[in-house]
Design a protein around this ligand. Structure first.
Ligand code: AMP
Length: 210
């Protein structure tokens, strides 16, 4: 099954993509995680995009399209995948539509004020990419990753000024992608609540319905 999860930063799509990746036994492809690991490894690409990522600005379409097209050809994608964070612009969506027959598009609806509150409480493990929230998904030990025990951080792009810019970019460039997918019947809308399990159940209903 090939799925697209679209939602604003902080809507919980990454958390849900991980849950469904395990449930459906298909990889969750987070373009944000791919790019952050390039930055962390100080690769040539990583050094080039570091400032862009930290400011929450989108990297160029041709760069991200190439990365995703290469990633979905890998053997672990043979039974499908979940795209988390792609497509984020109309041009990315057009290329994807040309190359891939997507089964379902899940759109995460959430109000901007809820997003700001959620992103402000977000803490991330740089090593395993797991995202926690101080209220809705706290780590077992204070500020420590449950899995690898690394210290959790607030990502540069989760700081309040950058959050506002990211939401502006989302509304300007990604909402038109949603408008584009609205026209096809494989698109489903989830009204996100603060309860992760409730959101999982809503998505499950969309994914398994015929
Ligand atoms: P995310 O973790 O999905 O919020 O992504 C973090 C950052 O990676 C974004 O703010 C962008 O700088 C970059 N990024 C991720 N996905 C894309 C994409 N599809 N197109 C352009 N830039 C992206």
């Amino acid at each position: 099954m090939k799925l697209i999860f679209i939602g604003a930063p902080g809507s919980g799509k990454g958390t849900q993509a991980e849950i469904f990746s395990k449930e459906l036994k298909i990889p969750s492809i987070s373009t944000g995680n791919i790019l952050r690991s390039e930055v962390k490894s100080c690769s040539e690409l990583g050094n080039r995009i570091k400032d862009t990522i930290n400011k929450g600005i989108l990297v160029p379409d041709d760069m991200i399209i190439e990365l995703v097209m290469k990633r979905i050809k890998e053997p672990d994608c043979k039974n499908g995948y979940i795209l988390d964070g792609f497509p984020r612009t109309i041009d990315q969506g057009v290329v994807l539509d040309e190359k891939v027959n997507i089964d379902k598009v899940i759109v995460f609806n959430i109000k901007d004020e809820d997003l700001i509150q959620r992103l402000g409480g977000r803490r991330s493990c740089q090593k395993c990419n797991i995202v926690y929230h101080i209220k809705s998904k706290p780590p077992l030990l204070n500020n420590e990753c449950d899995l690898c025990h690394s210290k959790l951080i607030i990502r540069d792009d989760d700081k309040i000024d950058v959050i506002k810019d990211r939401l502006e970019i989302y509304n300007k460039l990604t909402v038109p992608v949603i408008d584009h997918y609205k026209k096809i019947d494989k698109t489903h809308f989830i009204n996100c609540t603060d309860c992760i399990e409730e959101n999982t159940e809503s998505i499950r209903r969309c994914i398994y319905e015929n």
